[in-house]
Design a protein. Sequence first.
Length: 368
Amino acid sequence: MQVRRYRASTIHDAVNLAKQELGPEALILSTRKIHGGKGGASAYRTQAFFEIAAMPSGSQEAVRSDSFTGQGLMDERASGFLGSLRSELMSIKEMIFLLSRSGRLMEGFRLNPEAIEVYGRLIRGGIAEPYAQLFLERGGAFEESGDLPSKDLHKRVFKEVSKVIEVTDPFSYGQGQVISALIGPTGVGKTTTIAKLAANLSLKQKKSVGFISIDNYRIAAIDHLKTYAGILGIPCFAAFKRAELEFALSRMKDKDVILIDTAGHGHYDLERIDTLRELIGHDFPIRTHLVLSTVTNELEMECAAKNFGRLNFSSYIFTKTDETRARGVIINQLLKLGMPISFITTGQRVPEDIFKATKTGILRLLFN
Ligand SMILES: Nc1nc2c(ncn2[C@@H]2O[C@H](COP(=O)(O)OP(=O)(O)O)[C@@H](O)[C@H]2O)c(=O)[nH]1
Ligand SMILES: [Mg+2]
C-alpha cells in the first residue's frame, strides 16, 4: 500500500482528508508545515499549509519496504516517527487527540519524533498538557542533539516527573506517639484508609493503635469506624468537643499511634472546616493528612486542597487509583500545590489495597 500525502491549511483538515479516504483507523506517518511561495499546490502558493503522510492501518509491512528501497515518501524523520508509531500503533483518532492538545509542540515533534510517543503516554496518563510539555522540555526532548533512542527519552522524561514527587512517612516522626487525623471531602475513603493503616500498623508493624472519631455531623458514621475497631481489637472513642478529645487522647496516651477519623466536609463548607480546626488545630500534637480521590474533577480537587489547607495538612493521601487510568492528576496536583504524598490506595479491600508512597511506586502506578 502506498503512503499518501494530504495537504490543507490546517492539520485537522489534512487529517480529515486522510480519514475520508483511508478510513478512521488510518495511520499518520508524518506531519509538516510548508511555507508558501515556493511552488506547491496553487491554492497554497502564498500561505503556509500543512502536509501529512498517511496510510491505512494494517499496512506497516508495505511501508517498511518503501523505506528500505528509498522509494517511499518518508524522509529520515518520518521513518523515525514510524518507529514510534509501530510501537504505539496510533490511529488517526488518537493522533487527532494528541495534535489538538499539542499546539506549538508540533515543531518539537518534528525535531524529535520519539517525543510524540512519550508525550502520548504522559497525556494518556492524565498529566495536564502544559505539564506534559514541561516534562518533555526538561527531559531535553526537543533539543536538536536529543536524537537519542526512545527508551532513553522515556527514562529522562520519567526522571523529570519523579523529581516533582515528594514522599513522607507520617509514622516515622521521632520516637514519640504519632497522632494523625485524616481530613478531606465526603466519600473519598477516609474511614476505609484509616482501617487499612490501622491493620498494617497493628498486624504487620506490631504497633499499638487507637481510634478517635470526630465524625460529629453524621452520627451513624462512628459505627463504620467502630466496626473496624471491633474486628482489629482497637479502642475507639467518639469526640465531638474539645474536652472529649482531651479525654480520648489521655485514655490512649500509651498507644504508639492514634488515628483520627473526621467528618467528611463539603470542601466549600468553610465554616465546618473551621470548626474542625478549632477542635484539632490547637495545642494537640495532631498532624493532619488530606485524603483526595483521584476520580475527583481536578478543579474540585484543587479547591479542596486550598480550603482544607486551613488545617495545615502535612501530606496527601490519594485514593481510588484503581478507578481511573488518568492517575497523572496526582502529579498535576503536586505541581499546583506542592506537598509530600504519604499513601496511595488502590481498591476497596481492607487492608491490602494501600501502599506507602515511594517515587518508584508512584511512577509505576502512572506509567505501567
Ligand atoms: N475503588 C476504591 N474504592 C475505595 C477506595 N477507598 C475507599 N473506597 C470506597 O469509597 C467509599 C467511601 O469510603 P469511606 O471510607 O466511607 O469514605 P469517607 O466518607 O471519606 O470516610 C466506600 O465504598 C469505600 O469502599 C479505593 O482506594 N478504591
Ligand atoms: Mg467516613
